[in-house]
Design a protein around this ligand. Structure first.
Ligand code: FAD
Length: 403
């Protein structure tokens, strides 16, 4: 049994499994509590930036993670109505700053599965699927989580509790913490198709298409069969119903708007999401912490939300480790000082601006935005600065400077 104390992680989504692995590797005993009985496969994150790949490397899972996805050195911006490539960014300009000058596109459910399998092989790790967190009590030296498993209510004792239980976080609500921000009036539709956009249009595996009427994001993922498929993300109209947005006719119309033949491609999945920009008013209440979507949510343009969540828990476990080894408890506030501010400065700011840039309606502003992207991609120094920010390398490096 570890003498480092027990960390209770609520939620075995990708942030929770990374938190649990990071805790176990630092010598904590771990209980991870997940209400579902199996990993959800809905199409959400697939873009993992260099800053996050460095952390997955530290956890010893990078080779398996890369082998289950696609390595994407380039990403694009396109002018959708003109069917024209505007800018292609090459992560190779980051080669002197990171061991991973590329993005890896691996679906998030693969990370959760990989993590759960590895946690199952680790000593002092207790994985509880089919178990819901209900509430938590705190004492001066620890926490008691009240959970409900297949055999009814239970108490789980630990030193710390981390809420990685997603945007609707029960942990956050149990602490009475506000989720400040707003919800976009439109929803985002994700269509998954076997139509090969790279083959048809010559785009990179990640491409952002600006369009004043209906912007689009294209992502290639490997799929569980490793045969390749494309996720295509669109906004709905504000007054469009979910049923209309997900209908065969809408799907075919939207895909054909990206590339004429795409409407006839085989559609393998469709899903609609409500999208928010929200940050918890506080990331810590005593021995209870929030991380990942429980702490912050944002629109997915730029692929930042999960990356930031993984950065949260890596920073938090370092902090808990330092305090457990004797650092002053005041250090615990550093987690919120770092992670809340960086989420607002990098993730909220960039995702809102990414959306505005893609949907810009004013022709002059739109032209200036696209010209600016083109000029940035063509100038190696500007491209490097741009990619340091979009890949959250600056965010992680800046966080070290916040004491
Ligand atoms: C279309 C789309 C595309 C995206 N693309 C990207 C991308 O490319 N890159 C990126 O960085 N981000 C992306 N995101 C965001 C990313 O999906 C989320 O940030 C990520 O899922 C957050 O992970 P999480 O572990 O914090 O939360 P979740 O994935 O929501 O996991 C929370 C877990 O907690 C469990 N849980 C909830 N309540 C309880 C309870 N009471 N007790 C026990 N368990 C509980 C849930 O069952 C779930 O397993 C995208 C999102 C969408 C919608």
């Amino acid at each position: 049994m570890s003498d480092h104390g027990r960390v209770i992680v609520v939620g075995a989504g990708p942030v929770g499994v990374v938190a649990a692995m990071a805790a176990a590797r630092r010598g904590f005993a771990v209980t991870i509590i997940e209400e579902a009985t199996e990993v959800m496969e809905d199409p959400r994150a697939s873009t993992f930036h260099p800053s996050t790949l460095e952390m997955l490397d530290e956890l010893g899972i990078i080779d398996e993670f890369i082998s289950r996805g696609l390595v994407a050195r380039y990403f694009d911006y396109w002018d959708k109505p003109a069917h024209e490539l505007v800018a292609r960014f090459d992560h190779e300009v980051l080669a002197e700053e990171t061991k991973f000058p590329f993005v890896v596109q691996t679906e998030q459910h693969k990370l959760s599965r990989m993590g759960l399998r590895r946690l199952g092989e680790m000593p002092d790790v207790d994985v509880r699927l089919g178990t819901s967190f209900e509430t938590v009590e705190q004492t001066a030296t620890g926490v008691v989580a009240h959970v409900r498993g297949p055999d009814g209510p239970e108490r789980v004792e630990g030193a710390w509790l981390i809420g990685c239980d997603g945007g609707r976080s029960t942990v956050r609500k149990s602490q009475g913490i506000e989720f400040e921000g707003y919800t976009w009036p439109e929803r985002f539709v994700v269509l998954t198709t076997l139509f090969d956009f790279a083959d048809a249009m010559g785009c990179s595996p990640r491409a952002y298409l600006a369009d004043p009427h209906e912007w689009t994001n294209l992502f290639k993922v490997a799929g569980d069969d490793m045969q390749g498929r494309w996720r295509v993300v669109f906004p709905t109209a504000v007054d469009e119903t979910d049923e209309e947005a997900l209908s065969d006719a809408s799907a075919a119309r939207r895909l054909a708007g990206v590339w004429p033949d795409a409407g006839a491609g085989e559609l393998v999945h469709r899903k609609i999401y409500r999208v928010h920009q929200r940050v918890a008013a506080s990331f810590r209440q005593g021995r209870v912490f929030l991380a990942g979507d429980a702490a912050h949510v944002n629109n997915p343009i730029g692929g930042l939300g999960l990356n930031c969540g993984i950065h949260d828990v890596m920073d938090l476990l370092d902090t808990l480790d330092e305090v457990t080894r004797g650092a002053e408890p005041d250090l615990l506030d550093r987690y919120e000082r770092r992670r809340r501010e960086l989420n607002i400065r990098f993730v909220q700011d960039q995702t809102v601006n990414n959306k505005k840039r893609l949907e810009e309606r004013d022709p002059a502003v739109r032209r200036a935005n696209l010209d600016n992207l083109r000029a940035t991609a063509e100038d190696p120094a500007r491209a490097r600065a741009f990619l340091r920010r979009t890949s959250l390398l600056d965010s992680v490096r800046d966080s070290q400077a916040i004491a």
